[in-house]
Design a protein around this ligand. Structure first.
Ligand SMILES: [Zn+2]
Length: 353
């Protein structure tokens, strides 16, 4: 048994929510009143009402739902929609809900790397590499070179400007001869205010002196959206399809054959993949094959016209298998104090018949 706050810390350290896309809604989404001890955790790709029944039966105190069950803001918690009913029943049954979603997509060793692992031996790199987030959203550095009285005055005014959005170094830290360099860090939101403050305090001197530098954070190797797999040994399209079906446990997938390609006659060396819905992440990427869960008709037409074949496996079939890997990893990370289970009920709503 472990306290919910501790479990959430472990989960956030494993895949920082800052890795998620800005539009996403990740982290702890439903929190029963503390103290909340977690002895059983249920992993699911989607938290449906059926999965919730299973969670109650299995006496889970925490559900990790890969897709966030609460995404658009809820204005009420009634019985009129399935999302509201889920939130209500989770609280009634004292079940917390945590959702990692795109943080697991970006993660090195996460959902996309799991999907890539089924294709064969080769090089794997993100299609769009993540960068380290800026602390407190500080993305600009303003540098201005002034004498000491002006530096002290300016630092005082900047410090009073607003809470946490502008930080300044010690005025003497950047001292060089008669010039004291004030290094201010501020957010996009605070930039105009900070520049205005410099202009007002220093007058005309500021215009020639002030420099604004936009900070670039270093990339996080191996972390990011989508993956490009370059196989060491190229395979036929037919062999690649077999590998995908075996890895995902599927009898059928959908195939859009690239212009001029054939099942046995064309070799595949590069596969661009994106778990879930790959249209936007894969758009325009040069590869022999796109592998994803779903893509729009028009995105498929664009891909096959440039000779790229498209393999579609239905959305969550390209995501769900990672939960089995996660089950072992979380059990170890929580020192065996929490029984980690994978849902038996959770499945893709679409079936090829
Ligand atoms: Zn998805």
């Amino acid at each position: 048994m472990a306290d919910l706050a501790k479990v959430v810390t472990v989960l956030n350290n494993f895949a920082p929510p800052s890795l998620a896309e800005s539009w996403d809604n990740v982290g702890l989404l439903v929190e029963p009143s503390p103290p909340h001890e977690v002895s059983r955790m249920l992993l699911t790709n989607d938290l449906t009402e059926g999965v919730l029944v299973e969670a109650v039966e299995k006496k889970a105190n925490l559900i990790l739902s890969y897709h966030p069950p609460i995404f658009v803001p809820l204005k009420r918690l009634t019985q009129s929609s399935w999302k509201e009913r889920i939130a209500v029943r989770c609280l009634e049954n004292r079940i917390a809900v945590y959702s990692p979603h795109t943080a697991y997509d970006a993660l090195k060793g996460g959902v996309n790397d799991w999907l890539a692992a089924g294709l064969g031996v080769g090089q794997v790199e993100p299609l769009h590499t993540s960068v380290q987030p800026h602390p407190q959203g500080h993305v600009f550095v303003l540098e201005v070179c002034v004498d000491k009285p002006a530096a002290v005055a300016l630092q005082g005014k900047l410090a009073a400007l607003q809470q946490g959005e502008v930080t300044t170094q010690d005025v003497m830290a950047g001292s060089r001869g008669n010039c004291i360099k004030i290094n201010m860090r501020c957010s996009q939101h605070a930039l105009v205010q900070a520049v205005d403050c410099v202009n007002q305090t220093l007058g005309d001197k500021a215009a020639t002196n002030l420099q604004v530098v936009k900070l670039e954070k270093p990339p996080l190797p191996g972390t990011g959206m989508g993956r490009l797999v370059t196989l060491d040994v190229p395979v036929t399209m037919s062999d690649l399809l077999s590998r995908v079906k075996t890895h995902l446990g599927l009898n059928h997938v959908r195939l859009g054959m690239g212009e001029g390609r054939t099942l046995e006659g064309s070799t595949v060396r590069s596969v661009a993949l994106c778990a879930g819905s790959g249209g936007s992440v894969l758009k325009g990427v040069k590869a022999d094959v796109y592998l994803t869960g779903e893509m729009s008709h028009h995105d498929i037409l664009d891909a096959v016209a440039m000779g790229t074949s498209v393999i579609l496996c239905e959305h969550s079939n390209t995501e769900r298998g990672f939960l089995r890997v996660l089950q072992g990893q979380l059990t170890a990370m929580l020192d065996g104090k929490v029984e980690v289970m994978v849902s038996d009920v959770d499945k893709d709503p679409v079936e090829v018949v």
